[in-house]
Design a protein around this ligand. Sequence first.
Ligand SMILES: [Zn+2]
Length: 204
Amino acid sequence: MGCEAEGSALCAACEEGLQGRRGVAPGTPVGMPSHVPLPLVAHEWCVAYAGIGRPAIHALKYGGERRLAEPLGRAMARRWSDAGCSGDLLVPVPVHASRRRERGYDQAELLAVVAGRQLGLPVARALERRRATARQAELDRSARARNLRDAFGLRGGTGAAVRDRWVILVDDVMTTGATLSEAAAPLLRAGAIAVSALTLARER
Ligand SMILES: [Zn+2]
């Protein structure tokens, strides 16, 4: 992936390319059009959804390249700790069960497991996607919001895991932020004290 060197899923030089925001202050840089999507209190990411971010995510999601979760999850954990962000628990933003079956895994969950291990934080599969939504990438902004309404719910028996916890949502990419906002809602209803988000990439 990346430079297509033989060997590991991502060579050391390409992995270094995932640290493009090293040294950048936490939060949204001046000049970026949008802010942290409500009701999130923080969002951090490693790379723009350009350069290596896009092919890396495509290979992980659609190319069956699950080995990439390791370097990508590590990069995310490093950004989270470099930015000095807090949280108690990582919760992946899930794909629908039908897509998980078809793909054999859920990329956000793989990223959360690696990032959680690096950060020393637990991971809970607390959310489920209630409807098989259309791929967000194929929709315009207003259609994305409609597509997502009530798309997420709490998985049975996970309420206690998120109550009084600061949850960190984990996903591969933030596009408009609508997915993260929708995913945060059932966590807050279940008593999470706050929800932040960590993604590998940010689209704009
Ligand atoms: Zn490379």
